[in-house]
Design a protein around this ligand. Structure first.
Ligand SMILES: [Zn+2]
Length: 282
């Protein structure tokens, strides 16, 4: 499913070569030349009138979510049992995280782990790039540990929507960030109308996440009990191992009764935030 979405987003390469032969022009070569030297005005008028409407989207920088630093297991059979840390409140919290990290698709389990950060993207469509892909003015919050995906505010982004839409449409989607792409196209919006440009922009694919509801939680519990392998990644605050949660380390000083306190470089007041993968077991 995810691969299919990415292919759809990037599916222009084949189309481009087909159009190249159809028009009998070296669209790709011209495009590259114009990108690197946008001020080439020596081109003949005939060429300028022939508007190149091909759209080429290529991956520029992929975003690989950082691997969880540590992993732990949450056993459903221990929930709310005396002497165990598993509680229904904790299960609820972990399920909420799980639900926002899965995208609904046609896989046997009904959903798959999202390969990029999911964010609510508010958009206004600026240009139709074909195949439900759009250049949009968008806004989204930062996502990931240490805000790996920086927030966008009035930022141009490339969107792959689920349903057809038109320029000027505004809306809100759950978007999965699929990295930065290089978009080569001819602008149709002012003040750049007719300009052949390359933009490097964050790309989002519209998707649906699991419903964070009691029904969803119930189905999730049933799936885990039936043997499905599920996990959720969360940021957790843990006690710093280096200083034992003190926030400083001690160093003996000659001739002094008290040790010297050195602030711990690996934590803030004895606490460290790490990415934890919680695996669920029956
Ligand atoms: Zn420390």
């Amino acid at each position: 499913m995810i691969n299919r979405l990415l292919l759809v987003l990037l599916a222009t390469a084949a189309v481009v070569s087909a159009q190249t032969t159809a028009f009998g022009t070296k669209a790709t070569a011209n495009a590259t030349a114009e990108t690197t030297t946008p001020a080439t005005k020596g081109a003949s008028k005939a060429l300028e009138e022939e508007v190149d409407n091909t759209v080429i989207i290529t991956p520029f920088r992929t975003l690989t979510p950082p691997e969880a630093k540590t992993s732990r297991t949450f056993q459903l059979s221990k929930v709310n049992k005396l002497g165990f840390t598993e509680t229904s409140k904790e299960l609820q919290r972990l399920y909420s995280a799980f639900a926002t990290q899965r995208i609904i698709d046609g896989s046997p389990s009904g959903s798959s782990k999202a390969t990029g950060y999911l964010a609510t993207v508010n958009y206004a469509l600026v240009q139709d790039l074909g195949d439900n892909r759009f250049l949009a003015k968008a806004a989204w919050p930062a996502a990931g540990p240490n805000d790996v995906l920086a927030a966008g505010a009035d930022t141009m982004a490339v969107l792959l929507l689920e349903k057809p839409a038109k320029v000027g449409d505004t809306g809100k989607i759950t978007g999965m960030h699929v990295g930065t792409v290089a978009l080569l196209f001819t602008a149709t919006y002012s003040p750049l109308v007719g300009k052949r440009l390359t933009l490097r922009r964050e790309a989002f694919v519209e998707c649906a996440t699991l419903e964070d509801s009691q029904t969803g939680l119930q189905k999730f519990v049933e799936a885990v009990n039936a043997g499905a392998e599920m996990s959720a990644t969360t940021n957790e605050q843990i006690t710093c191992k280096k200083c034992g949660g003190l926030g400083f380390t001690r160093e003996a000083e000659k001739g002094k009764l008290l040790d010297k306190r050195i602030p711990c470089a690996e934590c803030v007041s004895g606490k460290v935030i790490i990415s934890v993968e919680t695996k669920f077991a029956p």
